[in-house]
Design a protein. Structure first.
Length: 217
């Protein structure tokens, strides 16, 4: 099954790091584009943006709980009894299923006024020591990842650069000095590709390689 788009790009970056140093906990905040909510979400952002400059244009929220243009909405999907949203719960459950059931995950998912591209800020704790330089080299050699990590103005990836690209971009790789064996990083990916269409194709290709389709038939 295809994982949630926000989970898909995150585990691409987490997998090689987990293999190297064993991840124990992840705290992630997502900044998810309106295309994750479909055409209706994109249309609503477009209409609300126009309303700021074109008198008489509809600004009433329909797809989202509040105005999305020039705003951030800390809710994606419905709320659950524990206060997390279903989107946040999916990130926890899917990460455990894909990587390791022992990994602890806490997510906050935010809808932002961007048309295409999901961004994520991650704080990661490991069982074993790993430096920022080591993580950078591991990620550079991992498939499907592009490291853009220059410590200078503009030396990082944003949704605009990721749009239309197949890779998951990783930037702002640094050691988290507040915990032992901790890293912080920034991830950006085209949610319509890696988060959906491309990921589905890659899953199908892997099933063919493993001869799983014939077994299923």
């Amino acid at each position: 099954a295809n994982p949630n788009c926000s989970t898909a790009q995150m585990v691409v970056a987490l997998k090689p790091l987990h293999d190297a140093a064993t991840i124990t906990r992840v705290v992630v905040s997502t900044y998810q584009s309106v295309s994750g909510a479909g055409k209706e979400g994109m249309d609503e952002l477009w209409q609300q943006t126009k309303s700021k400059y074109v008198p008489g244009t509809d600004v009433v929220p329909k797809k989202f709980a509040k105005q999305i243009a020039f705003n951030c909405i800390p809710q994606i999907d419905v709320f659950m009894e524990d206060g997390y949203t279903k989107e946040e719960w999916k990130m926890l459950a899917e990460t455990k299923k894909i990587l390791d059931p022992k990994i602890k995950v806490s997510a906050t998912c935010v809808r932002v006024p961007v048309f295409v591209g999901h961004s994520e800020s991650l704080n990661i704790e490991f069982a074993n020591p790993i430096s920022a330089d080591e993580a950078r080299e591991i990620l550079r050699s991992a498939p499907g990842i592009a490291v853009v990590d220059k410590r200078e103005p503009g030396g990082y990836a944003t949704p605009i650069e990721a749009a239309g690209e197949f890779d998951t971009y990783v930037s702002r790789i640094r050691e988290d000095t507040t915990v032992e064996n901790g890293l912080a990083l920034w991830i950006v990916s085209d949610n319509l590709l890696k988060g959906a269409a491309l990921n589905t194709i890659q899953i199908a290709e892997e099933m063919i390689i493993r001869n799983m389709l014939n077994k299923a038939a």
